[in-house]
Design a protein around this ligand. Structure first.
Ligand code: HEM
Length: 104
């Protein structure tokens, strides 16, 4: 019985890990042109790239019109500027934002 349980646990772990991998692999790739087009202006969505992932910040008040603090704008990769923010990269988790694409 003990051995059976071990095998079941292992099978569960393998299933769980591969599911996680599948979810990650399912993210589409976004081009620089697509990112740039989603600048939050003129009714366009506001997308930002951060540490290899793209997030939709269209519904975040602080990103209204694609504008943020310290001259940050949507449609760009913020990875090299995130250290200038008071909140850091964890802000995407705080806001419960899920990545919509991989970038670059
Ligand atoms: C995915 C990227 C980002 C998201 C979703 C985001 C979101 C937010 C939100 C929700 C706030 C207000 C609440 C809080 O402070 O936690 C905020 C404040 C702020 N963010 Fe960001 N941010 C992002 C990137 C950046 C970057 C790259 C900078 C770089 C300069 C920055 C600079 C700031 C500053 C200076 C404030 C504070 C303003 C103040 O209250 O004095 N953010 N951000």
């Amino acid at each position: 019985m003990k051995k059976g349980f071990k095998i079941l646990s292992l099978a569960g772990l393998v299933c769980f890990s591969s599911l996680g991998f599948a979810a990650e692999a399912a993210l589409p790739h976004m081009s620089a042109a697509q990112l740039k087009a989603n600048d939050g202006k003129n009714g366009h969505k506001a997308y930002v790239a951060l540490n290899g992932k793209v997030y939709d910040v269209s519904k975040v008040d602080e990103w209204k019109g694609g504008q943020h603090y310290k001259g940050m704008v949507a449609g760009t990769d913020l990875s090299s500027n995130i250290h200038l923010s008071p909140h850091g990269p964890g802000i995407v988790n705080d806001l419960n934002l899920k990545p919509i694409a991989v970038y670059p």
